[in-house]
Design a protein around this ligand. Structure first.
Ligand code: PMV
Length: 320
């Protein structure tokens, strides 16, 4: 009747942007991500039959805005005729700011709901439930490097390389802590309907996925760096050319990208990626992480720098 689960956000190297089926929330493209270890969301789920409505508490405060999405996520797992639930979540990083908090939140919620209801679903089945709420959440059910593949009528998700076998470090420059103006789902639909680059984005994705898969298998840092940056900039180009344009970056976002370029010229093994927000994620080898972090901290406009290694799958921490 009660369960607590923890999930870490994941950062896409080859990005998911666009949906092929809105009602099933199926992605238009496959994606490859890395699961983090040091950022997390912990979600506790309690069944409360006496409540007339579900209750959502985020970081200690009741939240009504996210409640419909969470309630829908619970409905997907348990059906609509169910007891009301109280869902409490705590994240150790800014939420709804382009740091993949929806991935960790929906992965942990799905895991905790199924366990509190004593349902024994496989990891992949749980990942598919989570994907209905947030496409990227499915990837947080696996650790290390994770690929989400489009298959007929659905998705497949699996880890393609363990975190320990290629221990990269992620340095995150937070350039804005306020919530973003437009959510990913709406922004994806605007892109699909209006961006002149959307179709080529979708048609080139398998090519990018293939290069990234090979780079990860060969642990070829430079190859992974080049395809990740290219894929990220292509996704943002799709957004910039949408009507109205979707621009998540600020001036510190660009300064951080330029800094990564400068460090690359100096011979450091580092590359950047940016999601639906203004934060810059630099992925680097462990030995270069201290310098990358220091350089980000020196940039005016960078409000906070976070660091993470690669981590493990969503997991249960308590159930009774
Ligand atoms: O899963 P969503 O709906 O939060 O969308 C995620 C979109 C990106 O973060 C921009 C890309 C990705 O693959 O994570």
């Amino acid at each position: 009747m009660h369960a607590t689960a923890i999930a870490q956000p994941n950062i896409a190297l080859i990005k998911y942007w666009g949906k092929r089926n809105i009602s099933k929330n199926l992605p238009a493209v496959g994606s490859i991500s890395i699961t983090l270890s040091d950022l997390y969301t912990e979600v506790s789920v309690n069944f409360k039959p006496h409540l007339s409505e579900d209750e959502l508490i985020i970081n200690g405060e009741q939240n009504f805005k996210m409640l419909p999405r969470i309630a829908k996520c619970v409905d997907n797992i348990l059906g609509e005729k169910r007891s009301r639930v109280q869902v409490s979540s705590i994240s150790n990083f800014p939420i709804a700011a382009g740091l993949a908090s929806s991935a960790s939140a929906f992965a942990a919620t799905t895991k905790a709901v199924a366990s509190a209801a004593e349902l024994s679903y496989t990891n992949l089945e749980l990942a598919k439930f989570a994907a209905k709420a947030s496409g990227s959440a499915a990837r947080s059910f696996y650790g290390g490097f994770v690929e989400l593949k489009n298959i007929k009528d659905g998705i497949e998700v699996k880890s393609i390389c363990e975190a320990s076998s290629w221990p990269l470090e992620v340095i995150i420059a937070i350039t804005e802590t306020r919530k973003k103006a437009v959510g990913s789902s709406l922004a994806m639909e605007i892109s699909r309907k209006t961006s002149p680059f959307y179709n080529s984005w979708v048609s080139q994705q398998n090519h990018d996925l293939g290069i990234a898969r090979t780079a990860i298998a060969q642990k070829d840092f430079k190859k992974l760096a080049a395809i990740t940056e290219h894929n990220c900039l292509k996704m943002h180009s799709v957004m910039w050319a949408s009507k109205p344009p979707i621009i998540f970056w600020n001036s510190a976002t660009i300064t951080c990208m330029q800094m990564v370029r400068k460090l690359q010229e100096e011979g450091l093994n580092v590359f950047f990626t940016i999601d639906a927000g203004p934060q810059v994620k630099a992925i680097c080898l462990k030995e270069d992480s201290h310098l990358v972090r220091t350089k980000f901290e020196e940039i005016s406009g960078v409000k906070q720098v976070m660091q993470s290694s690669l981590g493990a799958a969503a997991r249960l921490v308590k159930s009774s």
